[in-house]
Design a protein around this ligand. Structure first.
Ligand SMILES: [Cu+2]
Length: 143
């Protein structure tokens, strides 16, 4: 029996506060991003993600023919099968590295016709980010 797993999941969700307002019902920590596919474009054309992590691209085929969704870059190379017109598919990828990734439709010629988008993953660590007020622990004010 896996009785401890749901309890653990609840605990993790409970203390995972502080992130962005994630209203979706995706797995904890995963971001869901919807990408519309049509002839011949992807929308949005540029996706910015604050920091590395797991991303679920929800590819919706809003076009009139079959499409698919692929992502490539920084060692990542993954794609869905063909998505029929009116259907959708999920592409889950672990974008571990900050940098630029290319999202595109791998079906013959579609990328060249404009079915591509840029995904930029931010560094996470850096100037902005979480500035906690915990002060290094040993901070004795006034010393
Ligand atoms: Cu396509």
């Amino acid at each position: 029996m896996l009785l401890t797993v749901p309890a653990l999941a609840i605990v993790l969700a409970g203390c995972g506060g502080g992130g962005g307002a994630t209203t979706g019902s995706a797995a904890p920590g995963a971001r869901a991003i919807q990408v519309k596919e049509m002839e011949y474009a992807l929308a949005p054309g540029k996706i910015t993600i604050a920091k590395p992590g797991t991303v679920v691209f929800d590819a919706v085929n809003a076009g009139k023919m079959g499409h698919a969704l692929a992502i490539e870059g920084n060692g990542v190379d993954k794609e869905t099968g063909t998505i029929d017109a009116g259907s959708s598919a999920k592409l889950t990828v672990d974008l571990k590295k900050a940098g630029t990734y290319e999202l595109y439709c791998p079906i013959d010629g579609h990328k060249q016709l404009g079915m591509k988008a840029t995904v930029v993953v931010g560094g996470g660590g850096g100037s902005s980010g979480t500035t906690s007020t915990k002060g290094g622990g040993g901070g004795i004010p006034g010393y």
